[in-house]
Ligand binder design. Structure first.
Ligand SMILES: Cc1cc2nc3c(=O)[nH]c(=O)nc-3n(C[C@H](O)[C@H](O)[C@H](O)COP(=O)(O)OP(=O)(O)OC[C@H]3O[C@@H](n4cnc5c(N)ncnc54)[C@H](O)[C@@H]3O)c2cc1C
Length: 333
């Protein structure tokens, strides 16, 4: 393979119902750093239907060029249509690097593309950088989070990685940035479309995604039961916060998986993270250590979470949570 033909950092811009997902904006910020280190450009790949109006915003968040593919086939995500569209873009533009969000869509699309393009994919990266030798270094937790592995893709192009929402920091929006928008047509091979979406049924939920929440009240095994989580919910309500959890309570069936923080859950970066009865295992910390301010409530003053906490409260969560809730309610009056 002639690697010298491959240039520029591409971002797959995930949209759902026309709404650009936060992870795409975060990836544009990271792509900007990488491209600047390489002296190359950032390209955003925007796929969907009637989606052109969203392109300018991507330039404000770091793209130099936005490639827009807008048609019926790309309205809702399906593996084959999106794989064909991005494969065509890769064959025409020859990107050196492509970044995807490690969302349900990115985790489906990335591996499919990697097989079709005969290149590698590093999943769930937590750090991406360019070495002095201009190599793309993709770092991710390995062996259950006990060590960090840095992976390179020396033989094949494009070099591809997925990154979870909340891991990278978006650039500040700059409406004065200038860039190019290019519309392209995709030549689909529709014989290969094996899946047709007949209906999309949404799960009813009035809860905010924990990755978007500004304040999280998070519970672990120390909170114990469903009743314990009702107390956490009361505290969350007073604080205008969302409830999240460690894997221990998700595995116990007390809390849904979409509320799990950590390596196999979500990465969060709230302004305030209140860890209640959570020990602070490395796999949990991996998902929340970038929080601005961490409060840990734990009966064990030597629990690992205490080392990362800005404020540690030693005591029984079952007593402290109701007291804290009442005190905060009093302050709000
Ligand atoms: C590959 C892999 C991936 C993983 N992914 C994740 C992940 O994404 N997220 C995640 O969270 N974990 C993950 N884990 C599991 C992780 O290793 C821990 O087992 C888990 O985080 C422990 O959850 P916990 O802190 O709630 O429970 P424990 O470790 O049992 O800690 C409970 C804590 O509560 C305290 N406590 C007990 N009772 C009280 C009380 N009454 N008042 C105050 N404090 C009390 C204890 O002192 C203790 O510190 C993963 C593990 C592996 C191997």
């Amino acid at each position: 393979m002639d690697k010298s033909q491959y240039k520029n950092v591409f971002v797959f811009v995930e949209q759902r119902e026309g709404n650009i997902q936060g992870v795409a904006i975060e990836l544009l910020g990271k792509a900007r750093n990488l491209a600047d280190s390489l002296g190359e450009n950032v390209y955003a790949m925007l796929l969907g239907k009637n989606i052109e109006s969203k392109a300018q915003n991507l330039i404000a968040y770091g793209a130099d060029k936005v490639i827009v593919a807008s048609c019926d086939e790309l309205d809702e995500y399906t593996t084959e249509a999106y794989t064909q569209a991005i494969s065509q873009i890769v064959n025409e533009y020859k990107p050196s690097i492509i970044l995807f969000g490690a969302t349900t869509i990115g985790r489906d699309l990335g591996p499919r593309l990697s097989a079709r393009l005969s290149t590698g994919l590093t999943a769930d990266c937590t750090r991406l950088e360019i070495s002095e030798e201009k190599e793309f270094l993709m770092t991710r937790p390995a062996f259950g989070g006990n060590l960090m592995a840095t992976i390179v893709c020396p033989e094949h192009r494009p070099q591809m990685s997925t990154v979870r929402p909340g891991v990278m920091k978006a650039m500040d929006k700059d409406d004065s940035r200038k860039g190019e928008i290019e519309k392209i047509e995709i030549n689909f091979n529709k014989d290969k479309f094996k899946v047709r979406i007949k209906e999309t049924v949404k799960e009813k939920s009035n809860m905010i995604d924990i990755a978007e929440a500004k304040i999280l009240v998070s519970g672990g095994r120390g909170v114990g039961s469903k009743e314990g989580f009702i107390a956490l919910k009361n505290l969350a309500e007073v604080l205008n916060a969302e409830v999240s959890a460690s894997r221990a309570v998700v595995d116990a069936g007390i809390v849904d998986h979409d509320r799990q923080v950590g390596q196999t859950g979500k990465t969060v970066r709230p302004n305030l993270y209140i860890a209640c009865g959570i020990s602070g295992a490395i796999q949990h910390m991996a998902g929340m250590e970038e929080s601005d301010y961490i409060v840990a409530i734990n009966k064990d003053r030597y629990a690992p979470i205490m080392q990362s906490a800005d404020l540690g409260i030693v005591g029984d969560v079952k007593k402290i949570i109701p007291l804290l809730t009442e005190r905060l309610k009093g302050l709000k009056k």
